[in-house]
Design a protein around this ligand. Structure first.
Ligand SMILES: C[S@@+](CC[C@H](N)C(=O)[O-])C[C@H]1O[C@@H](n2cnc3c(N)ncnc32)[C@H](O)[C@@H]1O
Length: 317
């Protein structure tokens, strides 16, 4: 399957609202309307980023609600924390992976919540910082770790996976038709010296695809960078793990809202939501994914590929 408009392209178009690297949240009104936060409710924002959605939800929980903001990126979480400081102890900021949500909630003495929000993918804070290595638009270390305390970076994968493993990774997560050529070229190039920077990798990918593919709509390194980022952060694994325990984490009537940016993620969410509905765990509230308004798509190009899906936990029987 080809990457279409429903794919978060690497690098995404600029979405910063200022030079400080704030992330412009997508579909904020839609999130508020579907998540329906109300006074006293407990809500998890599992991908808090710089807090764009979190800060919109927080006032709606007053008084005495609880907001649990999680991100695996320390820097993002610090920014979100500064923004949410006025809400005091109502907000718990947790550095962690949402795949461990049951344990994270347990630490707070909670078993289930009234709402879970996931806004997947990467934030502008990550993409716009050359030092994080997510983008080939500027040169930087080949990193791509959302959580910088993790050990394996894109550099690790590029220099240690076998050529066959690299090909499989680039084909399956990047849906890249030239995966074989790219993997073989990486294999040859790294014999002399490890590949360590974003520009170095982008240049060798560009030179390994046929000339016609070099000058298309997408930079030839787009799909490979996407695949590496998804692999480094095990993005699909985290999503699958969360979907598997979601029913137990929602109180009866509780809702989960998930925003995806490419077809591999959206397919996982769609299938798990339908499966849970068949099992009687929840009701799918969005027969078709909700898409951003035309105005938002124009204002924020990254929103163009967003798809929002919602489920509601069935009442206790
Ligand atoms: C699209 S951004 C979220 C932006 C946020 N909604 C806002 O308005 O600022 C996605 C965020 O999710 C985080 N993230 C991705 N996978 C995660 C995971 N498995 N656990 C926790 N955070 C994750 C990333 O570090 C990134 O900050």
């Amino acid at each position: 399957m080809l990457l279409g408009d429903d794919v978060e392209l690497m690098p995404p178009m600029p979405t910063r609202s200022d030079a400080g690297g704030w992330h412009q949240p997508v579909m904020v009104e839609e999130v508020l309307s579907w998540l329906a936060p109300r006074p006293g409710a407990a809500i998890v924002d599992g991908t808090a980023g710089t807090g764009g959605h979190t800060i919109a939800i927080a006032p709606r929980l007053l008084p005495e609600g609880r907001l649990i903001a999680i991100d695996r990126d320390h820097t993002a979480l610090q920014r979100a924390a500064a923004r949410l400081a006025d809400f005091g102890s109502m907000v718990s900021m947790l550095h962690g992976n949402y795949r461990e949500l049951p344990q994270l909630l347990q630490q707070l003495g909670l078993e289930a919540v009234d709402g879970v929000l996931l806004d997947l993918g990467m934030s502008s804070l990550q993409v716009d910082d050359p030092g994080r290595g997510f983008s080939f638009l500027s040169d930087g270390p080949l990193d791509m770790r959302m959580d910088q305390s993790e050990t394996a970076s894109a550099e690790t994968l590029v220099n240690t996976l076998s050529v066959d493993e690299l090909e499989e990774l680039i084909r399956s997560l990047g849906e890249e038709r030239f995966a074989r050529r790219i993997a073989q070229r990486i294999g040859r190039e790294r014999i002399a010296a490890p590949i360590t920077t974003t520009r170095q990798l982008a240049a060798l990918i560009a030179s390994s695809v046929p000339p016609a593919a070099r000058y298309g709509r997408l930079h030839p390194a787009t799909r490979t960078f996407q695949a590496l980022r998804m692999a480094v952060n095990d993005e699909l694994g985290a999503l699958e793990a969360l979907l598997a325990c979601l029913a137990d984490l929602l109180k009866p009537g509780g809702r989960a809202v998930i925003i995806t940016f490419h077809s591999l993620e959206d397919r996982l969410v769609k299938r798990a939501f339908l499966q849970g509905q068949r099992n009687g765990a929840w009701r799918v509230l969005t027969k078709k994914p909700v898409r951003p308004s035309e105005a938002e798509r124009e204002r924020n190009p990254r929103a163009r590929s967003a798809k929002l899906r919602v489920i509601e936990r069935c009442p206790a029987t």
